[in-house]
Design a protein around this ligand. Structure first.
Ligand SMILES: [Zn+2]
Length: 475
């Protein structure tokens, strides 16, 4: 696309600006393997060599007295003597004007970076004798959208992860499309990670909108906007009416220091979890154990945060949201198991599965734990709506963490090894760091429940989990 200079024609009134004539040295600009030396005029620098260095096409319109810069889909237009410029069609007030120079046009370094390089996704980093031009704009702050798709039996979850928070909505569009609209930002689509789906044909961008082409007969079932990281989760499946977006709770922030290990005591508040014959409830046991693991880890020099430190109800998604917001090193969810067969005992460690549970027992455990925090109704595949593939990127590390923790639990006398398993746990889905769920024993077995109630045994289990975590971190 060629720059349109019509707008600037209307501005081409001379303002008697000073021009840059006498050089006061030069600055070297580096970009990748290439470099250029640009003459300097006091606080200003020759602009054209810098723009050409990064591969931009720079043109000058004699009639308009204006410069046009094209790189990829970006178009910049500016004129000497004018404080306003056009960046991708939007008028900006720069607070200063470029000036004529022997090479054409000169501008201050802040102007060059803020208005000419940032819109191209670039920034200046000072080096000896000049600047290095790096990718990653300091000012422009565009929203980049990275799509990820997971097909399930009858539904598909599409997650659009945004590079920053932005006001966004999703609506059904014409011809089997879903339109994702951005209120205050022009989205850019990250196509570096291609996806494969039976139900999503393509995703394309038109200005401030993404258009998602669905396979025939597929519609938008629901969507949610989530934080940490900012993302839009769309549930797609056989068309049905009335999508119901749900509100999302968030937890308070206020944390700094080294990356913490986040321990998640399962259940809490109204959600008691499993219960032993003697009345021992999972929510109390998980909290007691989490506090012990926390103390054991702190004694080893780690920073630890709990998703709850009292008897409160916490949504499953809020638990990983907290871990993400704290940029946690690890996320470990602690649970006690229950089986309809009272003879079943032992400890097992889970990590997220992309393909569903590894076996029927894993499926049953996942279903049990996923029910926590659900409002009503039977858990179904749709309850995994918050699946968002955040875990997919760290799945191998999660598997290693699960092996390390399970290995230490196996060394505990009298605890049967039920191994490392995979299942689609809601509480793990949104975690962007290695995440596991430890089922440290069965409350449905009377003997194991009695042992788990003993402080000495709790301490042994806690020490084992802490040691497993340390094995992983120090691997
Ligand atoms: Zn549980």
């Amino acid at each position: 696309m060629k720059p349109k200079l019509t707008f600037l024609l209307t501005l081409a009134i001379c303002c008697g600006t000073l021009s840059a004539q006498e050089t006061t040295g030069a600055l070297e600009f580096q970009f990748g393997e290439r470099a250029v030396v640009a003459p300097r005029f006091g606080t200003k620098v020759e602009v054209v060599p810098v723009l050409e260095l990064v591969g931009a096409e720079v043109t000058y319109s004699q009639a308009a007295g204006a410069w046009g810069v094209v790189l990829g889909e970006h178009v910049l237009q500016f004129a000497t003597g004018h404080k306003v410029l056009l960046v991708d069609g939007t008028l900006h007030e720069a607070g200063e004007a470029p000036v004529p120079s022997p090479g054409g046009v000169a501008a201050s370094l802040p102007y060059v970076e803020r208005f000419l390089l940032s819109p191209l996704g670039l920034r200046l980093e000072p080096i000896a004798g000049g600047y290095r031009i790096e990718h990653g704009a300091r000012f422009a702050d565009p929203v980049t959208i990275r799509p990820a798709v997971a097909d399930f039996g009858t539904t598909t979850t599409l997650v659009l992860t945004l590079s920053r928070a932005a006001a966004v909505t999703a609506v059904e569009g014409p011809g089997g499309t879903v339109e994702v609209r951005f209120a205050d930002a022009a989205p850019q689509l990250d196509t570096s990670a291609p996806f494969r789906s039976r139900r999503v044909r393509s995703i394309t961008r038109h200005d401030a909108e993404l258009s998602i082409q669905l396979a025939s007969g597929i519609g938008l079932l629901s969507w949610r906007s989530l934080d940490d990281p900012p993302r839009l989760t769309l549930e797609l499946g056989p068309a049905r009416p009335t999508p119901v977006p749900a509100p999302v709770q968030t937890l308070p922030l206020g944390d700094s220091g080294p990356r913490p290990i986040v321990l998640d005591p399962g259940h809490g508040g109204d959600d008691v979890g499993a219960r032993s014959r003697d009345g021992l409830v999972e929510k109390e046991l998980t909290l007691a154990l989490a506090r012990r693991v926390a103390r054991a880890l702190e004694a080893r020099g780690y920073r630890v945060r709990l998703t709850r430190d009292d008897d409160q109800t916490r949504a499953l998604t809020d638990r990983t949201a907290l871990a993400n917001r704290l940029d946690a090193l690890l996320f470990v969810s602690l649970h006690a198991n229950a089986s309809t067969a009272p003879s079943v005992t032992g400890a097992e460690t889970y990590y997220m599965s992309l393909d569903g549970p590894s076996d029927a027992a894993a499926a049953a455990t996942a279903e049990l734990e996923n029910r926590a925090g659900q409002t009503a109704g039977e858990p179904t595949a749709l309850d995994l709506i918050l699946w968002d593939l955040a875990q997919a990127e760290v799945l191998n590390e999660s598997a290693e963490l699960a092996l390390a923790v399970q290995g230490r639990l196996n060394a505990l006398a009298g605890t049967r090894d039920r191994g490392v398993r995979q299942a689609p746990f809601v509480v793990l889905t949104g975690a962007t760091m290695p995440a596991v769920l430890v089922e440290f024993g069965f409350l449905s077995n009377p003997d194991e429940a009695r042992r788990l109630a003993e402080p000495e045994h709790q301490q042994q289990v806690a020490e084992a989990i802490a040691a497993g975590i340390e094995d992983f971190v120090g691997r």
